[in-house]
Ligand binder design. Structure first.
Ligand SMILES: *Cc1c(COP(=O)(O)O)cnc(C)c1O
Length: 371
């Protein structure tokens, strides 16, 4: 039976109504202005600043480029304290800027950087902290920013998972010196590919404007060594359309998450993260942590079992970034034991707004089948 079913992947891009997108891009055929900070680019930047509750939003071709150029704009040197429990982009952005990542361990409850692990890692070379709002869980921003202030460090959040998330009513992009959002096709809100920096810092916005356009100041002066990180008009148009529906998108995801939670709660050996107090989630991911002794089966075995039924969950985040081949053993995973444990035990289940509840039920049935 199950073999005949269509495969279910961990995510599926949300699409605006086709006609809406077509109507939105039609004027581009008249203006022939396709990129380089066009009308839609400017409109989207304004609307997102509003939605995200942050004074300024600077748009980029993707989230990674936003993060890389933001680090460059701050002119950081030496060491940056970060987390290995993230997508590889976070670590690469640090290293590609010629900086050294120093990995702090995470908290077992919500997988974000443990503020208690930070101070012991600060040296006279440390210039910044780069935490990640994992799965849309907000970091302990108060504690992190207090430490940063004490040592004069910049705080740049990887908020790729935190679009639309608020803490005590304050938008995720409004914390620290800057926050990076990803608008990749697989995220809660997307512009096909795309990303942004949210900040209160007007000088940063000016620096980023130049850095994403080759460091060009004006027609005759190039006074920065920039890259090409501009978001084009077709991306911005997709963003404007998706923004019209993002509320609905999050509501549908919430419904599925509540259903998963209801079906899986109480089962021995499964850890489902509680919702954080004072935080309004975007329901971007549904991670499950398997305790192999109590559940009677380890994560890899559950992963394969689901796969044999055409259900493609994801080991996200595994491997940890400090264990990746490209770094050739330069970092020691044993120094972040909680991240290592969670990375070995986590599976994120399929979650997208079009996922029917019956399919979510089937996924739970298979997952619980071993008991
Ligand atoms: C998606 C993601 C990125 C990178 O964003 P892109 O838009 O794909 O370049 C960085 N960090 C995290 C945690 C992500 O999930």
């Amino acid at each position: 039976m199950s073999q005949k079913k269509k495969p279910i992947f961990v995510t599926r891009s949300s699409m605006p109504p086709f006609e809406e997108y077509v109507e939105t891009i039609r004027p581009l055929w008249d203006s022939c202005w396709l990129t380089n900070m066009g009308t839609y680019h400017e409109e989207l930047a304004k609307k997102l600043a509003d939605y995200l509750g942050v004074p300024f939003v600077s748009l980029f071709v993707n989230g990674h480029m936003a993060l890389e150029l933001c680090i460059q704009a701050f002119g950081l040197t030496g060491e940056v304290i970060t987390t290995p429990f993230t997508f590889v982009s976070t670590t690469h952005a640090i290293i590609r800027n010629g900086l050294t990542p120093v990995f702090a361990d995470i908290k077992e409850e919500d997988f974000t950087m443990d503020p208690e692990k930070i101070e012991g890692l600060i040296t006279d070379k440390t210039t910044a902290i780069l935490p990640v709002h994992v799965y849309g869980n907000m970091c302990d921003t108060e504690a992190i920013e207090e430490i940063a202030k004490k040592y004069g460090l910049k705080v740049i959040y990887d908020a790729a998972h935190a679009f639309g998330v608020t803490k005590k009513g304050r938008g995720a992009g409004d914390f620290g010196h800057a926050s990076m959002f990803s608008f990749h096709a697989t995220k809660v809100f997307h512009t096909i590919e795309g990303g942004a920096i949210g900040t209160k810092d007007k000088n940063l916005v000016h620096a980023l404007w130049k850095l994403k356009d080759f460091g060009i100041r004006d027609e005759e002066v190039v006074d920065g060594i920039g890259a090409n990180g501009k978001m084009n008009e077709f991306q911005a148009a997709m963003g404007l359309c998706n923004l019209n529906h993002v509320h609905e998108e999050i509501e549908k995801r919430k419904n599925i998450v509540l259903h998963y939670r209801e079906r899986l709660k109480g089962r021995k050996g499964l850890f489902l993260k509680e919702e954080q107090q004072n935080v309004c989630s975007n329901y971007g991911y549904f991670p499950v942590i398997f305790n192999p002794e109590l559940f009677g089966e380890d994560r890899d075995s559950v992963f394969l079992r689901l796969k044999s039924h055409g259900i493609h969950a994801r080991k996200y985040f595994y491997p940890l970034t400090n264990a990746m081949e490209c770094f050739q053993g330069r970092f020691d995973v044993q120094k972040t034991p909680i991240a290592k444990k969670i990375g070995d035990r986590v599976l994120t289940l399929p979650l997208f707004s079009q996922l029917p509840l019956e399919e979510a039920d089937r996924i739970c049935d298979i997952l619980l089948e071993n008991g």
